[in-house]
Design a protein around this ligand. Structure first.
Ligand code: HGY
Ligand code: MN
Ligand code: MN
Length: 452
């Protein structure tokens, strides 16, 4: 581990230093709910840090690949840890590898306000999905620190472990660890090289048997807010830089194996075939039609492997994945029933066998009025007309909804592109999003009777 590697599980020291040249507020000097002074974040520093982090794990195609528990993710966390310290935070990692920067409050024992996102990526992803939320939260805290402002409640900035699920085929490992919903058997899930989550954790210096230590006690978290790129086109269409998220669609990920009969491409008449790929193709069109019949349902086959794989061999087996989402769980369940019935029909007609296994099944989650209200006020204070919209993409916040009120702030994505090297948001839009986050954090961290 480099010298910058955060200490493990050290309790934060209370730091009442109120350095910084701007408005000084002595500890306890600010009444609760005091409006934030007219503070501006350092947009140049934010942008430079986004560029710096975007160089870690960057490939020849310009895409970023930082999978969980890899040297690239480690390097990204160490880089962010140094920025957290610069921002006046104490830094630690919890038992599942979440990187946590803590900015002490005037009431250290009060329930904490969490802000964060992730620094792991999809293969060949963009530089904003995740890092904007982590670096943005560090920038917001650093702005408070440099202004000598200390909220009533502690604020913790988190870079969650493995949000994307790109390595082990199920995601949000860190946020589920923090929420206490991760299970020990899930740590036996294996990556394409057969390495389990537990083995990868051990190699990263963590003890998988201690994963439960990451869980936060009920009542210990006041609220969670995440800044994230929209990854869609709604804000661009509305001509607005920032949006208030109303809810997060729930992803159901299935692994599907279709077993047919391999055969000679030349010698096997069409009527005698049990072609696994033809069955997969027919089923995928049924899935597409079922999703298209609903306003918010989306369905994607993102991975497909066939065997034996010869030009002149009828595919005997196909393995594929399905990502099925909706903001309404009942609708998602209905679509799931329809596509399972279609699989049964196709299996009978073609003499093949479908097997389906859950990879992850996450319910859709509404955002909490407490956090949405703070975000609305913050956007208005910044003079922004922030549209309200659901998130089709999944986010760590959905794992925390059972622990505390959650909310999200969206920043406009150029042409809605994400999970690709071309993912882009302008510096101005990123600054607008972090300004809203700063005000939201200040409001949440000065709320509530247990902090008085
Ligand atoms: O898959 C998602 O929605 C997110 O990018 N992890
Ligand atoms: Mn993300
Ligand atoms: Mn993503």
């Amino acid at each position: 581990m480099t010298s910058d590697t955060p200490e493990r599980n050290t309790r934060p020291t209370v730091d009442h230093r109120d350095g910084g040249a701007q408005r000084r507020a002595s500890a306890g000097g600010l009444p609760a709910q005091s409006p934030l002074p007219p503070l501006r974040i350092r947009g140049d520093r934010l942008w430079q840090r986004l560029l710096t982090l975007g160089e870690i794990g960057r490939g020849a195609d310009g895409g970023i690949t930082r999978l969980s528990f890899t040297p690239e993710e480690r390097a990204a966390k160490d880089t962010v840890a140094a920025w957290m310290r610069e921002a006046g935070m104490t830094v630690r990692e919890d038992a599942v590898g979440n990187l946590i920067g803590r900015y002490e409050g005037r009431r250290p024992e009060a329930a904490v306000v969490l802000a964060g996102s992730h620094v792991d990526s999809v293969p060949s992803g963009g530089r904003f999905d995740g890092p904007l939320g982590v670096i943005g939260a560090v920038e917001a805290v650093q702005t408070l620190h440099e202004a000598g402002l200390r909220p009533l409640r502690p604020i913790e900035v988190i870079a969650f472990t493995d949000e994307e699920g790109a390595r082990f085929r199920f995601g949000m490992i860190g946020s589920r660890g923090l929420a206490g919903t991760l299970t020990r058997e899930e740590l036996e899930a294996r990556d394409a090289d057969g390495v389990s989550v537990a083995e990868a954790m051990r190699k990263a210096g963590l003890d998988p048997e201690a994963y439960g230590m990451a869980a936060r006690k009920p009542g210990s978290v006041h609220a969670y807010v995440e800044l994230h790129i929209e990854q869609g086109k709604v804000l661009e269409d509305a001509g607005q830089p920032v949006g208030v998220v109303t809810g997060i669609a729930g992803p159901l990920w299935l692994s599907i194996s279709i077993s047919g009969e391999p055969g000679h491409a030349g010698a096997t008449p069409m009527r005698l075939r049990h072609d696994a790929l033809a069955a997969a193709a027919e089923w995928m069109l049924e899935v597409e039609r079922a999703a298209a019949r609903r306003p918010h349902t989306v369905a994607t086959v993102g991975q497909l492997h066939l065997s034996p794989g010869g030009v002149n061999i009828i595919p005997g087996r196909v393995d594929l994945t399905l990502d099925l989402r909706d903001i309404d769980e009942a609708v998602r369940d209905e679509v799931e029933r329809e596509i399972r019935a279609a699989a049964d029909r196709i299996a009978k007609a073609r003499g093949v066998r479908f097997e389906m296994t859950d990879l992850q099944r996450i319910p859709p989650v509404p955002c909490a009025p407490l956090v949405m209200g703070a975000i609305r006020q913050a956007a208005a204070a910044e003079g922004l007309k922030a549209p309200e919209l659901p998130s089709g993409a999944g986010h760590d916040g959905m794992q925390l909804a059972g622990l505390c009120p959650i909310g999200m702030i969206f920043v406009r994505s150029q042409r809605g592109i994400s999970h690709q090297p071309e993912e882009y948001s302008t510096p101005e839009d990123c600054v607008a999003g972090v300004q809203v986050l700063l005000r939201t954090l200040w409001s949440l961290a000065n709320q509530g009777e247990d902090a008085e």
